[in-house]
Design a protein around this ligand. Structure first.
Ligand SMILES: [Zn+2]
Length: 75
């Protein structure tokens, strides 16, 4: 199974002027709280600065650009 991921440039940064469109796009891993658009943007910029192209969603196995590398199917 492959996780979906969000294109940082086309899916997040392009909405920098209308952060309401990004509300709830990501959830905080620990609390499950939906992140407001402003936090999604700052996270995306931070990741882009580290060389990521996409933001992995609910994925703990991804390459240096953020793409899911796939997972073993549960038995
Ligand atoms: Zn994954």
């Amino acid at each position: 199974m492959h996780h979906c991921s969000i294109d940082i440039a086309n899916g997040v940064i392009r909405y920098a002027r209308s952060p309401r469109r990004l509300d709830g796009l990501l959830k905080e891993a620990n609390s499950g709280r939906s992140l407001p658009g402003e936090e999604v943007l700052s996270l995306a910029r931070e990741m882009a600065g580290k060389g990521y192209e996409v933001m992995p969603i609910g994925c703990d196995h991804f390459d240096s650009r953020g793409y899911c590398l796939g997972h073993e199917d549960p038995p």
